[in-house]
Design a protein around this ligand. Sequence first.
Ligand SMILES: C[S@@+](CC[C@H](N)C(=O)[O-])C[C@H]1O[C@@H](n2cnc3c(N)ncnc32)[C@H](O)[C@@H]1O
Length: 476
Amino acid sequence: MSKELLPAVKEQLSLEYAVYQPKKDGDYVNNLIDILSNDLDFHRKNSSYASHNFHSFPAKFPPQLPLQFIKDLTEPNDVVLDPMMGSGTTVLEAYLTGRRGIGFDIDPLAIMISKVKTTPLKQEELIRHYQEILKNAKNLVNQETKKLEQILLNRWDSKTKQFIDYWFAQEIQLELLALVLQISRIEDVDIRTFFELAFSAIIITKSGGVSLALDLAHTRPHKAKVVFSTNGRILFGEELDESEFPRLKILTKKLRSPIEEFEKRCIQNIEGLVNRNSRSIRPEINFGNAQKLPLEDKSVDLIVTSPPYASNAIDYMRAHKFPLVWFGYQIDELSLKRKEYIGGEVMTNIDYEKLPDFTSTVVADISRLDSKRGKVLHRYYSEMTRTLREMYRVLKYGKAAIVVVGNSVMRGKDTETQNCLVDIGRNIGFEVPKIGVRKLDRNKRMLPAGIETNTNSQIQQRMHEEYVIGFYKPEN
Ligand SMILES: C[S@@+](CC[C@H](N)C(=O)[O-])C[C@H]1O[C@@H](n2cnc3c(N)ncnc32)[C@H](O)[C@@H]1O
C-alpha cells in the first residue's frame, strides 16, 4: 500500500463516515456534474482494502467509484441501492460509510460474495472453526478415502458428475469434498457462508485455481493440455510434454492442494473482515431481478450500479458453476438460471419493448448485418428499459442513478450502449446532465474474453473505456 493512500484507507476502516457529509455548496446537479468531470479512473488507488478482495469477480468496479458518489451525494442513513450488485462493491461502500445499502442480483455466487463481504464476524471464532475444518478434512482424506470416493459417486446426477470429472482431477475432488463436508457441518449460517466463499475463491481464480481450467476469472475456461499432480507426477498430456509448441507452457498446469489453498485464503479473508460500530447498518442483500424490484416507489436516495455487457460478453454462470456444483447445485438447474441474466442470448419467450428512435436505429443497423444479433441487442435494450424504469420508480425525486457501462461490438459495429441507455433513460423521464468516461486499468478490471486484441482501431480503443452515466430524476 503506498504511503499517500494510507489516510483515506484508514478513515474507511475506522468507519469515520461522519467526515463524508454531502457538500453543502452548490446544488445537487452541479455536484453530480463535478464528480462526473473528475478523474474516474482510480488506477493507482488501492482497491483491496476491507473485504473487497474476498473473491474475484469479472467487471467489478473500483470501490472508489461508488464511494465518490456516496460520500458527495448522500448522508449517513440514506438508502443506497445496487440492483445488479455483482460482488457487492457498492453495498460494501454503503456499509463502510454508514449508509443503508440494498443489493440485488440473480446470481447465487454474487449474493454469497456480497453477504460475506458485509458480515462482521469475530476473528477468534473463525480461526477456531477453520482449524477444525483443516484438521478434520486432512483426516478424512488420509484415513477415509474409500468413504469419500463412495460419496463422490452418488452426490450428483450423471450430467453434473461428468462436469466434475472433466474439470477436477480425482485427487483434487477428494480434498474438495472433504472440505465441503466439514464446512457444511457448521450450524451458524454466517460462519458457514464465510467458509463457503473461501472455498469458492480457491476455484475461481485467474489461473483456474484448483480445477483443470486455465482461466476462470475471465469466464472462458479452457482445459489445461498438460497437467501435473500436486506431487509433480504427470496426470495427462505426457505426449505433449516434450513438444516445442511455444504456447504449451501457458497450457500447462501444476495442481495445488485445495486444503493448502483454502488455508491461505481463510487467513487472507479473516484479516480483511469488516468491523462493525454502533452506527453501521447491515445492508439488505437479496436474490432479485433488477427488472422488477421489490421496493417501494420513491424509497431510494442513490443508485450506483453496472449492468452486464450487451450480448452476454461475460457469461457469469460459465465460471460460477465450478464452485456452485460443490454446494449441491446440479448443472441443469444452473444452466436454466442463465436465461434470466440481462444480456443473455436465449431468444425464446422474450418480451420486446418498443425502443426510442436513436436506439431503434442502432438495433436496425445491426439487424441488417445479422438478424440474430439484432434480436439479441433488442433483447438487451428491452431488459435495460425495464431496469431503468424500475430505477426511476424507486428513486426519490431530485436524486441520481449512476450507471457504469462498457461497450460491445457486434458484427464489427459498436452497440453504442452508453448513447442508447441515455436515449432510453430520457424517454423514461430521467435527465442526463453528464456522462463521465473512465479508462479501464488493463491490469485490474477483467474485460470480457475476446475484447483484448492487438488492433488499434477506434472501436478497440473504446472497448478500453467505460461510461459513467449520471441519470437524474428531476424534482416533481
Ligand atoms: C457487471 S456485474 C456487476 C459488478 C459490480 N459492480 C461489482 O463491482 O462487483 C453485473 C451483474 O448483473 C447481474 N445481473 C444480470 N442480470 C440480472 C438481473 N436480471 N437482475 C439482477 N442482476 C442481474 C449479474 O449476475 C452480475 O452480477
